[in-house]
Ligand binder design. Structure first.
Ligand code: GLP
Length: 254
């Protein structure tokens, strides 16, 4: 795991956008794994800016998002479909049928999760998977307790995750209780993984990810098993990391 501490959140977003751009330059038909959440918003803003300036095209790319809430249609204002359309898809040249999220309102969510995993495999797998981290160490919606071997499936959302995402919904009762998420094994099967964390609220989760035990208690710790995993942090998110560990991890992966 390569950990980079950058001067601020804007630098984290710019570096992440640069890594996406390099991936597409090397392989214009790359399959991108995308993520939602506030941390990703400046990354998508930068990708849109690069697209508008003529530097970046998604015309041959495909994408698969990590997750979606169970019960929400793609047009629901709180859905991840809607968030991705607004932040990225509608503002770039992604082909509509090349962007994928699990269907939250599928009649059989478990079957939808299995089909989603199959669609990822059929697309040739993911070249670069972007992700944030939950305050409890979740990636996608793989809450603590998720098996490192898990694949795409329906999961219940932890109370702290529902509370953290309450701001996207009108009322407490509107916050979904379940999601369809890629599993940890699905995420690890991406050829490269890129995790972003900014702000002091993520410092504990980041420290546990990098320095705690690798296992289900901190799903993000699984990234340490990946041969091409990069973590981009601002100083606040990196505040609880042991500097010696950061140096060791950087050295190990150049
Ligand atoms: C949600 C998403 C995660 C995301 C997390 C953190 O729970 N399912 O993929 O990483 O939120 O979001 P934020 O970046 O807003 O802190």
């Amino acid at each position: 795991m390569n950990i980079l501490i950058l001067p601020d959140a804007a630098a984290v977003a710019a570096r992440a956008a640069g890594i996406v751009a390099r991936t597409l330059q090397a392989k214009p038909d790359a399959v991108l794994g995308l993520a939602t959440g506030g941390t990703m918003q400046p990354v998508y803003a930068e990708l849109v800016r690069r697209h508008r300036s003529g530097d970046l095209s998604f015309a041959r790319a495909a994408s698969f998002n990590l997750d979606e809430y169970v019960g929400l249609s793609r047009d629901h204002p709180g859905s991840y479909h809607r968030a991705m359309e607004t932040a990225l898809f509608a503002q770039t040249d992604f082909r509509p049928h090349a962007t994928h999220l699990p269907r939250g309102d599928a009649p059989d969510p478990m079957a939808e999760a299995v089909a989603y995993e199959t669609r990822i495999t059929a697309a040739g797998g993911i070249d670069l998977q972007l992700m944030g981290i939950g305050i409890n160490g979740h990636i996608g919606f793989n809450e603590p307790g998720s098996a490192l071997t898990s694949q795409s499936r329906v999961v219940p959302l932890a109370p702290e995750t529902r509370a953290a995402n309450r701001r996207y919904f009108d009322r407490d009762a509107d916050v979904p209780t379940q999601a369809i998420t890629m599993g940890i094994a699905t995420i690890l099967s991406a050829r490269a993984c890129l995790l972003l964390a900014t702000g002091a609220a993520k410092a504990q989760a980041v420290a546990t990810m990098a320095m705690g035990e690798i296992g289900p208690a901190c799903p993000a710790s699984a990234l340490r098993l990946h041969g091409d995993g990069t973590v981009l942090l601002d100083p606040a998110a990196a505040a609880l990391l042991d500097p010696a560990i950061v140096a060791t991890m950087d050295a190990a992966h150049g």
